[in-house]
Design a protein around this ligand. Structure first.
Ligand code: FAD
Ligand code: NAD
Length: 451
């Protein structure tokens, strides 16, 4: 690999998620010195994360080290495993914090080691973080489903609840509490998790814990009148009826107001409040912006007036900034926070940066940030449709087809879902591991060991 070239501009990529990793994959490092900064040294294939919570798929099958991409670049790419905590736009400098102690544990924000790096161009792809809407007790008692650590925690807590429920000397009320699994949020994350949990119950718990399996209850709580508000009405009905068949209770028009250690409080459709005991509670109510985004916004004043993220123009340029692009969940580009949006934005940006850099090789001072508007077409998202797994080997699909939408739900859609995700996985290694996990589960069931 060629070393860093002082005559080339330095492009810093924040994050190793769908947006930034796609930029790295497609960027020609002949033209730039590239630096990647992320607290996570791997890419995570989020669509299959719910499957890791019950062991349908093993964690490492959907993770791929970012150094795999770096290794195949023509010029050296540097990686810093750290969080970007601040930006000095005037001096084009970033503050990084490494929040890991000697044992590999997370240290609180502000207590890690810090360092500064410079950039000429910056691509912000830091994604979002879980939105608790300030609901009391959520941070302390609920599990999230956003990162691999969350899936690991859910799997451990689930097995904890089940093993605790199998003690003889506990009351029936306590056993029922431990075996009540609750999902808050009826968006695709909550629905897919509830579906996976149901499969685990039916396929595995009935074999391993026959005396408990009948008493396990799954409840999904949604504040709106129905689940999956972004999907077609037919698919909503299909999901709700499948959940009913699978004995998953859906409480709609019901809002969780507080989460305690062993129970949670809801506001019912009639305005009254109830307290419901639970053993495991998974909070999947969507995302909000990362703390660093507030610091970035603060640098660009009135142009960045929206607290939900970074306002970008049609060329993904951060409004009010110079040399800074944003993509994916942290960018307010008018599109939904989806992996396919982030990946298409990453592809669009890298392709245009490659082209502009080659056109301007004679002028190393050329400002690609300004040139992109005159020389490139605006970014336009092209939806490939939505797919979601709903349990008992059924999936739903909402697919665009010649200006129309085709909706489908059932077992055939489940096989389509499987093949679509298998083909989209990051690498052949990931696809092989996921396929072998599916085969392993078919023959031997899921692993119930508590790690
Ligand atoms: P992310 O992929 O979240 O990546 C953000 C990156 O930034 C991470 O590497 C993170 O570690 C890093 N980072 C965070 N803070 C900092 C910082 N301060 N400095 C540097 N780096 C930082 N979308 C679909 O289209 N289809 C699906 O089927 C689908 N399924 C999903 C299932 C689940 C369980 C979840 C949680 C999401 C799913 N999504 C799906 C949504 C999709 O995952 C997101 O839209 C997508 O990940 C956004 O990509 P991104 O690059 O913006 O952010
Ligand atoms: P979401 O925003 O799609 O859904 C969250 C749900 O939680 C909402 O319906 C909201 O009404 C509900 N809610 C909020 N507060 C509540 C409360 N206090 N009590 C009860 N309900 C409450 O969130 P998500 O499912 O995490 O998805 C996030 C993004 O990722 C979305 O853009 C989604 O499309 C995408 N995603 C896509 C897929 C897929 O395509 N298969 C899978 C997962 C996520």
């Amino acid at each position: 690999q060629k070393p860093f070239d002082p005559s080339k501009k330095t492009l810093v990529l924040l994050g190793t998620g769908w947006g930034s990793t796609t930029v790295l994959k497609n960027l020609d490092t002949e033209n730039f010195n590239v630096v990647v900064v992320s607290p996570r040294n791997y890419f995570l294939f989020t669509p299959l994360l719910p499957s890791c919570t019950v062991g349908t798929i093993e964690n490492r099958s959907i993770m791929e080290p970012v150094r795999l991409l770096m290794r195949h670049k023509s010029r050296e790419v540097r990686f810093y495993e750290a969080e970007c905590t601040d930006i000095d736009a005037q001096n084009k400098e970033l503050t990084l914090e490494r929040r890991v102690d000697a044992d590999g544990n997370q240290v609180p924000a502000g207590q890690g080691e810090t360092t500064k790096i410079s950039y000429d161009y910056l691509v912000v792809g830091v994604g979002g973080t879980v939105n608790t809407f300030g609901t009391p007790g959520v941070e302390q008692h609920a599990c999230f489903l956003k990162e691999m650590g969350d899936a690991r925690k859910i799997r451990r807590r689930l097995m904890d609840s089940i093993e605790s429920a199998s003690f003889d000397d506990i009351s029936q009320a306590e056993r029922d509490r431990l075996l009540h699994m609750v999902v808050v949020g009826g968006g695709p994350t909550g629905i897919e998790y509830a579906g996976e949990l149901h499969d685990f119950l039916v396929d595995d718990l009935t074999q391993w814990y026959p005396e408990l399996a009948d008493r396990v209850r799954i409840t999904l709580v949604e504040a709106l009148p129905n689940v999956l508000p972004a999907f077609d009405k037919k698919l909503i009905d299909y999901t709700q009826s499948t959940f009913k068949e699978n004995k998953i209770t859906i409480l709609t028009r019901t809002m969780v107001k507080e989460v305690k250690e062993k129970s949670f409080i809801v506001q019912n459709p009639d305005g009254s409040r109830s307290e419901i005991p639970y053993g495991l509670l998974v909070w999947a109510t969507g995302i909000k912006s990362q703390p660093v985004v507030d610091n970035i916004r603060a640098q660009f004043g009135a142009a960045q007036s929206n607290r939900r993220g970074l306002l970008v123009d049609e060329y993904l340029r951060v409004k009010g900034a110079s040399g800074v692009w944003a993509l994916g969940d942290c960018a307010l580009s008018g599109y939904a926070p989806l992996a396919q949006v982030a990946a298409q934005q990453g592809k669009w940006l890298s392709r245009n940066l490659n082209r502009l850099a080659v056109q301007n090789t004679d002028d190393p001072k050329a400002d690609l940030f300004a040139l992109i508007e005159k020389n490139c077409r605006q970014f336009k998202y092209s939806s490939q449709g939505s797919l979601a797994y709903i349990g008992s080997e059924k999936a739903i699909a909402d697919l665009p087809f010649f200006n129309r939408n085709i909706t489908a739900g059932g077992i055939a859609t489940f096989w389509f879902w499987k093949s679509a995700y298998l083909s989209e996985l990051f690498s052949l290694r990931n696809a092989t591991l996921v396929a072998s996990d599916w085969i392993k589960r078919f023959f031997f069931g899921r692993d119930i060991s508590r790690e």
